[in-house]
Design a protein around this ligand. Structure first.
Ligand code: NYM
Length: 240
C-alpha cells in the first residue's frame, strides 16, 4: 500500500516559516498534489484557545501544564494525520513536536549573584523543564518523513524587525531555542533506524536568512523528491 508523505516545517520565530509553508502548499497544488496544510498550535480547538491566551499573556499557566497542552493539541490531530496520509493527502505542517521540546526546554530560571570581590553580577540559568521530560508526551505521535528546519540567526531576525509581542519572542530565549533545535536535528541524523532519523536525511537545515525565492526553491528541491516518489513504508512513530 502506498501513502502520502508527512512534511514538517520547523523554524525560529521570524524565519519566514509561515510564508514559506504557504508557498510550498501553493506549489504542491500547482503540481496537482492533494495537500493539507496544518499548523501547531492549532488555536481553533478548545485546547488551542487555552494555548492562544497563554501565548498572548492573557492567562497564566504552570510551565508543565502549558507544555502538556501543546502536546495534547497535537494528539487531538494524530488520527486525522494518519487517515489523511493513508488516503493519499500530503501533509505540510507548520511546527510540530520539535517546537514543543525546543521552546519548553529553553525556559530558564535566572539567578544573579554579586561576588563580594567584584562590582559586577554573575547570572546563572537553570532549565525549568528537563529536555527528556519535554519529549515524553510526544513519544508515539505520527513521525514526519521530512523535517525542514528554517534557520535564522538572532542578528538576521533583528534586521527583519525583531520579534513580536507573544511570549518567548525575546532574543535570549530564541538563542536557546535555536540550540535546542540544533540538538534535535543532530540527534535525528544519528538516532535509531526505526526513529524519525531512519535514512539520516530527514532533518534538513535550510538557511532562511536568504531571499524568499531562494529559500522556497531549496525547500521545493527537497520536497519534490519525496512527493514524486512512491512511499510504501508505514507511518513511523516519533521516538519509538
Ligand atoms: N510553541 C509552539 C511552543 O512553545 N510549543 C509548541 O509545541 C508549539 C507548536 O508557540 N513562539 C511556540 C512557538 C511560538 C508560539 O507559534 C506560536 P506560531 O508558529 O507563531 O503560531
Amino acid at each position: 500500500m502506498t501513502r502520502a508523505p508527512f512534511i514538517v516545517i520547523e523554524g525560529l520565530d521570524r524565519s519566514g516559516k509561515t510564508t514559506q509553508t504557504s508557498l510550498l502548499q501553493a506549489r504542491l497544488e500547482r503540481e496537482g498534489i492533494s495537500t493539507k496544510l496544518m499548523k501547531f498550535p492549532d488555536r481553533t480547538t478548545t485546547i488551542g484557545q487555552m494555548i492562544d491566551s497563554y501565548l498572548k499573556s492573557t492567562s497564566e499557566l504552570d510551565d508543565h501544564v502549558i507544555h502538556l497542552l501543546f502536546s495534547a493539541n497535537r494528539w487531538e490531530m494524530a488520527s486525522t494525520i494518519e487517515t489523511l496520509l493513508n488516503e493519499g493527502t500530503t501533509i505540510i505542517c507548520d511546527r510540530y513536536a520539535f517546537s514543543g521540546i525546543a521552546f519548553s526546554a529553553s525556559k530558564v530560571t535566572t539567578t544573579t549573584t554579586t561576588p563580594s570581590s567584584s562590582s559586577s553580577t554573575d547570572a546563572t540559568t537553570v532549565p525549568k523543564l528537563p529536555f527528556e521530560w519535554c519529549r515524553a508526551p510526544d513519544v508515539g505521535l505520527p513521525a514526519p518523513d521530512l523535517v525542514l528546519f528554517l534557520d535564522i540567526s538572532p542578528e538576521q531576525a533583528r534586521l527583519r524587525g525583531g520579534y513580536g509581542e507573544e511570549r518567548y519572542e525575546k532574543e535570549e530565549m530564541q538563542a536557546r531555542v535555536r540550540q535546542a533545535f540544533k540538538r534535535l536535528g543532530d540527534e535525528t541524523r544519528t538516532s535509531s533506524p526505526t526513529g524519525v532519523a531512519a535514512s539520516g536525511k530527514q532533518w534538513l537545515v535550510v538557511d532562511a536568512g536568504r531571499e524568499r525565492d531562494e529559500v522556497s526553491a531549496e525547500m521545493w528541491s527537497h520536497v519534490e523528491l519525496l512527493v514524486k516518489g512512491t512511499l510504501t513504508s508505514p507511518i513511523g512513530k516519533l521516538w519509538n
